[in-house]
Design a protein around this ligand. Structure first.
Ligand SMILES: [Zn+2]
Length: 439
């Protein structure tokens, strides 16, 4: 790249003022910075590695695609994989509050190659960026454009489908979702992932109260799962998936042995490979399973461990319930003031249910009134949530002790709408990406 040329990373700045100072550095330097937690420096190296690679892409890819389509396809495949690996590295260490707009940058990068696969890959990272930055407007805009343009067929990228699914789910377009799941089942070459997508169908059917079909599918999945272990001891993501299916199957068949199995699997997972966020999720998952068992003491311990790694709203909310159940809290207001609730997002409904329950159990009328006023202020688009909130309002009115059963309706949904970026070591399909890259 020439010094006075616009940088290929899409920043809009001149190359000499942008990626040049970090150019030519390899993966070793990047890893070194990550290991010493110099994330900002690692980020600049990662961006420059992308620019360096894009320079190659600009020189060769379009030309080869034109001159020799057969070799061109091969080169393109390699380029798309490289783009994915390089972008994952950037997203892994993108600094908090960073204003580099990767939505726009990928728009520019998209233009470098005239091939659908390349453009799809760029769109995937645009979406990921908007999702990570909570740019809901941009995110939905992009999704709408993609849904309109993409013929959903087996050539569509699997991760794109997963992402689409996580977005369509809350809006409740069941037919679309089931169709996507069928494609995912067909596309994946892992028998366990096939079961996961099949189980997703069961969950979705349960959410629209088609319990008979849901139970039938869930039972089939469980019968397959019980036949034998479908992962190796290094496949953390698949272990996590299996543990989750067992835990959620308890919602279809309330026998405590399913929860115990889920715990056994998590117990054998090699957690040293997780980063802080991964560990926080790991201990929260265990704690939540104990919570479902009614073992509030063990749940409390594990939520505490999880919070030591990262303060998530989910763990704080459920920890509150563990304390209430063990009668360890007398003053709700004081507790609420001591808790940090940021970005509660989808957890806010659980929060209201649990605090509502606490207020009723402690006979704390002031808090009940406060919760009712929260409820009035909440705007919820998803019909399913609206119904849950309505029910909560009624229970609060009656000061009913049955309020907690609302949670069992909420949690399966929540599990499936939290989109975990694949940087934690246990996110959506980190293992799968690595596997694709190796291919
Ligand atoms: Zn640059």
């Amino acid at each position: 790249m020439l010094d006075d040329e616009k940088c290929l990373c899409g920043s809009g700045r001149l190359y000499s003022m942008c990626c040049k100072p970090f150019s030519g550095q390899g993966i070793e330097n990047y890893k070194k910075e990550i290991d010493s937690k110099n994330y900002i420096k690692a980020y600049y190296i990662a961006v420059a590695m992308l620019s360096d690679y894009l320079e190659d892409v600009r020189k060769h890819t379009n030309r080869i695609l034109k001159d020799n389509p057969v070799i061109g396809r091969f080169v393109l495949h390699k380029d798309v994989n490289a783009l994915s690996e390089l972008s994952d590295r950037i997203f892994h260490c993108i600094p908090k509050g960073n204003t580099d707009n990767w939505g726009e940058r990928f728009e520019f990068i998209k233009g470098l190659v005239d091939a659908e696969d390349w453009k799809n890959e760029c769109e995937y990272y645009q979406l990921l960026y908007y999702e990570l930055n909570n740019d809901k407007g941009k995110f939905s805009e992009q999704i709408e454009a993609i849904v309109k343009n993409t013929k959903v067929d087996v050539h569509t990228d699997q991760r794109m489908l997963e992402l689409l699914r996580s977005v369509i789910l809350p809006s409740g377009q069941l037919t679309e979702l089931l169709k996507l799941d069928d494609i995912l089942i067909e596309k994946t070459d892992s028998s366990l992932m096939k079961l996961k997508y099949k189980f997703d169908k069961a969950i979705q059917l349960a959410l629209v109260s088609d319990n008979t079909s849901a139970k039938k599918i869930a039972d089939e999945v469980m019968a397959e799962l019980e036949k034998g272990i479908l992962y190796t001891e290094d496949e953390l993501y698949l272990q996590d998936v299996t543990a989750q299916i067992y835990e959620m199957y308890y919602n279809f068949d309330p026998d405590i042995k399913w929860l115990e199995k889920s715990l056994q699997i998590r117990d054998l997972m090699k957690t040293e490979r997780f980063n802080e966020a991964g560990k926080a999720k790991y201990y929260t998952d265990i704690a939540y399973t104990y919570w479902k068992m009614g073992n509030y003491k063990a749940a409390e311990q594990h939520f505490h461990t999880s919070l030591g790694y990262e303060k998530t709203a989910f763990a704080q909310i459920y920890l509150l319930d563990c304390l209430i159940e063990q009668k360890k809290i007398k003053n709700l207001k004081q507790y609420l003031e001591s808790v940090e609730f940021e970005n509660m997002g989808v957890d806010s409904i659980d929060f209201l249910v649990i605090v509502g329950n606490a207020a009723i159990r402690l006979n704390d009328s002031d808090s009940i009134e406060t919760i009712k006023s929260y409820l009035k202020k909440m705007t919820v688009e998803v019909p399913y949530y609206k119904l849950c909130l309505k029910e909560l309002e009624l229970e609060l009115e009656k000061k009913s002790g049955r309020i907690m059963r609302l949670l069992s309706k909420l949690s399966p949904l929540k599990e499936y709408i939290i989109f975990q970026p694949q940087v934690n070591g246990v996110g959506i399909n980190g293992e799968k990406i690595i596997e694709d890259l190796l291919k």
